[in-house]
Write a protein that binds this ligand. Structure first.
Ligand code: NDP
Length: 334
């Protein structure tokens, strides 16, 4: 099965953390899968805001060279000995959430790769992965959204944001979203947001109070971080949950627990990996997501496609950090 696998491959890697210029085109060894690993020939990979933290140093990387890219879809070309005959075979199409996606091949633990249904193409698979799994675990586990809830989604037209709008609406909530442009506001509305606030022109806190008759919202899904954190406490309802899950504007500063007492607020700071850590968790969450896709409840908006090259990834990172994008950024690998 391994005769057609080359020994070298193209990859976009970093040798240190820093500005966009640390992204390099490099030739790397094709990894050898261990007994519990699967080797995937990558067709499509996905860009996430997280890549920019890993490149800049906000999230520390310990070992170099480091291959960026949190997710990849393609074909299984080798299965480790201990995992043979356990549901994933050479030739299967599969999606992995692991790391090392900006390369022609990636070796990943069996626990973090799952077979793709025929109906989900590789592009949509990539769009469903980090952003889809994150959105779904946020509305099911971090704060289980209930019918009739009012929820606030920051960056509602973003990759995670559009999916949060679709999912929260599907679960019966009224969705209020924030964004920086009219165009993006329209996009979020098409995806399930009932009210959109353009924070470049409007006062978000005032608008949320108008819309909710002064009650505030039961949950806030906040991937913006530093810039929105203090205002979140002015918009959350009594006993509400603030889920701060990202740092698009910078990391949230430390705070005193007493801050929560004013409204008995719960704060969660989840990370996807700890929701889909085991094979069972990964498979179960993906099964639910595939079901939502099959039913047409979850759909993906592809913002644009980029080359597997340092230049392509630089462009993608520039675009996602400059608030120009809405939806998923795809990297063409094959
Ligand atoms: P997005 O497509 O949402 O892009 C980020 C958006 O944030 C921008 O489009 C912009 O939307 C908004 N934004 C607000 N302030 C800033 C700023 N100062 N600089 C740049 N952007 C800003 O990215 P993703 O969908 O990939 O990720 C969204 C968030 O979710 C990120 O914070 C990411 O780290 C987090 N995340 C966390 C995970 C976890 O496990 N905890 C997993 C996946 C993602 P607008 O113009 O509408 O304001």
């Amino acid at each position: 099965t391994s005769t057609s696998i080359p020994s070298k491959m193209r990859a976009v890697q970093i040798m240190k953390q820093g500005g966009l210029d640390v992204l390099e085109d490099r030739e790397a060894e094709v990894p050898k899968p261990g007994p519990n690993d699967v080797l995937l020939k990558v067709n499509k990979a996905g860009v996430n805001f997280i890549d920019t933290y890993q490149r800049s140093g906000l999230y520390k990387i310990e070992k170099f060279p480091y291959t960026l890219g949190q997710e990849a879809a393609g074909k299984v070309v080798a299965v480790g000995d201990a995992q043979k005959g356990k549901g994933l075979e050479v030739g299967d199409r599969a999606i992995t959430y692991f790391g090392g996606g900006f390369a022609e091949y990636v070796s990943v633990p069996r626990a973090r790769i799952t077979k793709l249904p025929d109906a989900v193409n590789d592009t949509d698979a990539v769009a469903s992965c980090v952003q889809g799994l994150t959105a779904w675990t946020l509305v099911r586990e971090t704060y289980p959204v209930k019918k009739g809830d009012w929820v606030l989604v920051h960056a509602a037209a973003g990759g995670v944001g559009l999916l949060l709008c679709q999912m929260a609406k599907h679960l019966g909530a009224h969705v209020i979203g924030t964004t920086s442009s009219e165009e993006k506001a329209e996009e979020a509305k098409k995806n399930g947001a009932e009210h959109m606030i353009n924070y470049a022109k409007e006062n978000t806190v005032e608008r949320v109070h108008q819309i909710t008759n002064g009650n505030g919202v039961q949950a806030i899904f906040d991937g913006v971080g530093k810039d929105t954190w203090e205002d979140d406490f002015k918009m959350i309802a009594r006993k509400g949950t603030i889920a701060t899950f990202g740092n698009a504007s910078g990391a949230v500063e430390p705070f005193a627990p007493l801050k929560l007492a004013a409204k008995n607020v719960k704060v969660a700071r989840p990370t996807l990996v700890n929701y889909v850590y085991t094979q069972e968790e990964y498979e179960k969450t993906y099964a639910e997501l595939f079901d939502l896709i099959a039913k047409g409840i979850v759909k993906f908006k592809i913002h644009g496609e980029y080359d597997l090259s340092a230049q392509g990834i630089r462009q993608a990172q520039e675009d996602i950090t400059s608030r120009k994008t809405s939806g998923k950024l795809i990297v063409n690998v094959a």
